[in-house]
Unconditional design. Structure first.
Length: 194
């Protein structure tokens, strides 16, 4: 079984994780599982980081330092927090397979729109247009499918699956009944995996 990677586009640490894995040619080894981070927090009775102003400020500074250290470009999104529902639904393996879209290319494009170009990906019309302009020609079909119950439930099932495994944040890698939380835990995972 491939290692699972749980993520949400709202998380700058998930963004850094993705870009680092891409830079080190390791994306294809994972099965990427989008989930709603807010629902994970709710499950565990946690407040979202963005609701605690000093924590939010610290988070942004820390992410910028980590990005600089890893030579990864990062810009704060158009607003934060923002609604990631549409981006998460269209990023599922299932919806990509249905439309014959490369999931990794789609996810990478959404990361760039969000954390580099500061595009309002929370608006489904803007999201569809921006994806189309970047070569995802079935972007309208992706958005249309995201309204269907089948694909709405996938993201919720990912939340349930993750919390049942004890996961409380993203990015989290799950492999052989163990999880590795946070961008800074990737080296620990690779020691076990490789």
């Amino acid at each position: 079984m491939s290692p699972l990677m749980y993520f949400d586009y709202i998380s700058p640490y998930s963004y850094l994780s993705w870009k680092w894995l891409k830079k080190t040619n390791r994306l294809e080894m994972f099965d990427f599982k989008p989930l709603i981070l807010g629902k994970v927090f709710s499950h565990w009775g946690q407040k979202p980081i963005t609701e605690i102003e000093s924590k939010k400020t610290y988070l942004y500074k820390k992410c910028k330092k980590m990005a600089k250290k890893e030579d990864i470009q990062i810009h704060l999104p158009f607003q934060h927090p923002f609604n990631t529902l549409y981006t998460l639904r269209i990023s599922s393996k299932e919806i990509c397979e249905k439309l014959n879209i490369n999931q990794l290319e789609l996810i990478d494009t959404i990361w760039d729109l969000t954390w580099l170009e500061r595009i309002n990906v929370a608006d489904p019309d803007i999201l569809a247009e921006q994806l189309f302009n970047r070569g995802i020609k079935k972007s309208k079909e992706l958005i249309d499918l995201s309204y269907e119950k089948e694909f709405k439930t996938i993201i919720l099932a990912n939340v349930q699956e993750a919390t049942q495994r004890g996961i409380f944040g993203v990015p989290s890698i799950f492999y052989k009944n163990e999880f590795f939380w946070g961008f800074d835990s990737h080296e620990d995972f690779f020691e076990v995996y490789e």
